[in-house]
Design a protein around this ligand. Structure first.
Ligand SMILES: Nc1ncnc2c1ncn2[C@@H]1O[C@H](COP(=O)(O)OP(=O)(O)OP(=O)(O)O)[C@@H](O)[C@H]1O
Ligand SMILES: [Mg+2]
Length: 479
């Protein structure tokens, strides 16, 4: 019997007094494609970081093909792909593939660019990506960037590949290119361990699902025979019914106009025509990089139009959930409470004083409603898991009590239960004085939330159509 490609026994990790991983046991065979799932804050990224040697383990053993190692750091056959991918946008693909490695040389200082290019072409072929290796990474589609990141670890000889939410920011067809490439690699004998909150992605491509709950392996099952409902049941921290998104959406009659963009240009977007009225949820979708999110910044007012007009009805306040929580979302060194309340402090001011107790109570209630984990308003935002950061950034927009909510990728990286909670909250927002603009590359968001939707292509919004009555196929065609 051959030893498993990876074996982890009794792995523990504590940050201060908080035990984040509690005795993880896991064995993965060569050629297996494992989906690592679990609610936000369950410990998935921490497990990967401990294996990568980013954090030292507090206890436990790690073995690679039966050989004990302190971590997998520096093992040429192991590759890690994190969500930020670690590519340099300004450099061509060929240089990104060689990043951190000695250049190939002819003699002395002469570089063998031809050999580097040939090696790069082979690496791209392995992930099914057909682009000129001299293209700057900045000019690639988001899914293609992820493929370059995979090609890079392969070019270094990786046979055991960890992928932490590399598909969470991708629209369905781009995500599919990435998971297809990983599936092919696994068929060819590579071992893949992938973290994702997307159920269909995990059900479609993995051989086995390992579920973490509060730092423990709560289930470890072959994917075959595991249905969507069963998986949802396993994933929920508590029993919670997950409704069919289309079924619970109600059709509303829109009221007065709150916000309008007339032939507005700014960033990569424009000219854009768009209206948000009270009582409605307007959806926009399109590929990230198409100017999609710039429309959000323009609508919110964070980005000033270079042409056209943004018309806001008198007294209308806007709130924004920005698309990238890590860079635009929060203040890492401040606690959750400050991150929640920073743009709404006037709510708790009485006669010039801040009512700290009431502020705290409101925050605690919101943290409980959104199931932020840990449910503690005093922890630093920077120490939260990715999905929990997203919940806090969403919570901050809610506390602003705005009239127009501009929600960019509102469910990015959140777990199944939080997604439902966010849907319920967004559905309650539109009323006679409030409207919502949802800008997302997530099909489920559109279906669950929006009354009408349009796509953004090369910065321009095409015609709106009502969501009610759109079949899944029609919706997929839009995306
Ligand atoms: N550097 C740190 N210091 C303190 N606590 C941390 C640190 N990193 C992570 N944690 C805590 O460890 C727990 C697990 O976080 P982790 O990032 O592993 O979750 P996750 O399963 O990847 O969640 P998500 O789905 O949201 O990405 C969280 O409660 C988080 O707050
Ligand atoms: Mg994570």
């Amino acid at each position: 019997m051959t030893a498993p490609a990876l074996e982890v026994a009794g792995l523990d990790k504590a940050f201060g007094r908080v035990r984040v991983l509690r005795g993880i046991d896991l064995a993965v065979d060569e050629g297996e494609f494992v989906g690592l799932m679990g609610p936000n804050g369950a410990g998935k990224s921490t497990l990967i970081k401990v294996l990568a040697g980013v954090h030292p383990a507090s206890a436990g053993r790690i073995a690679l093909h039966g050989e004990h190692v302190a971590s997998l750091d520096g093992q040429p056959e192991v590759g890690f792909i994190h969500q930020d991918l670690g590519l340099v946008d300004a450099l061509p693909v060929v240089d990104n593939l060689r990043l951190g490695q000695a250049p190939l040389r002819l003699v002395g200082p002469l570089l063998n660019r031809r050999a580097e290019r040939a090696a790069a072409e082979r690496a791209l072929a392995a992930v099914g990506l057909d682009v000129d290796v001299r293209t700057a990474v900045a000019d690639l589609a988001p899914g293609e960037k992820a493929l370059v990141a995979i090609a890079r670890v392969l070019a270094r000889g990786a046979r055991l590949i960890f992928v932490d939410e590399a598909t969470s920011t991708l629209p369905p067809d781009e995500a599919r290119r990435v998971t297809d490439a990983l599936t092919v690699l696994a068929r060819q004998g590579a071992t893949v361990i992938m973290v994702s909150h997307k159920l269909s992605e995990i059900l479609d491509c993995t051989d086995r699902i390992v579920l973490l709950l509060d730092g423990e392996v709560a289930a470890d099952r072959p994917t075959t025979g595991l249905g969507r409902e069963e998986l949802v049941r396993l994933l929920a921290r508590h029993e919670k019914s997950v409704a069919d998104p289309a079924a619970v959406r109600t059709v509303r009659t829109p009221g007065r106009e709150l916000l309008r963009l007339d032939a507005v240009r700014g960033g990569r977007a424009g000219p854009v025509d768009l209206t948000v009225r009270a009582g409605e949820v307007v959806g926009l979708t399109g590929t990230p990089g198409s100017g999609l999110h710039d429309v959000g910044f323009l609508a919110h007012g964070a980005l000033r139009p270079t042409a056209g007009r943004r018309v806001v009805a008198p007294g209308v306040r806007t709130a924004l959930v920005p698309p990238h929580r890590e860079t635009q979302g929060g203040f890492a060194a401040l606690d959750v409470r400050s991150n929640l309340t920073v743009s709404a402090l006037r709510r708790w001011r009485r006669l010039g004083f801040l009512d700290r107790a009431r502020e705290r109570r409101d925050c605690a209630a919101l943290v409980a409603e959104l199931e932020v984990h840990p449910a503690d308003v005093d922890v630093d935002f920077g120490a939260l898991s990715g999905g929990n950061k997203q919940k806090v950034v969403f919570g901050r927009a809610l506390l602003r009590e705005a009239d127009v909510y501009v929600l960019c990728e509102p469910t990015r990286g959140v777990d199944v239960a939080a997604r439902e909670e966010i849907y319920e909250i967004v559905r309650r927002l539109p009323d006679e004085r409030t409207g919502v603009l949802v800008i997302t590359s997530d099909a489920e968001d559109l279906l669950a939330l929006c009354d009408r939707l349009a796509t953004v292509a090369e910065g321009t919004v095409d015609g709106f159509r009502p969501v009610a009555g759109l079949s899944d196929e029609q919706l997929e065609a839009v995306l």
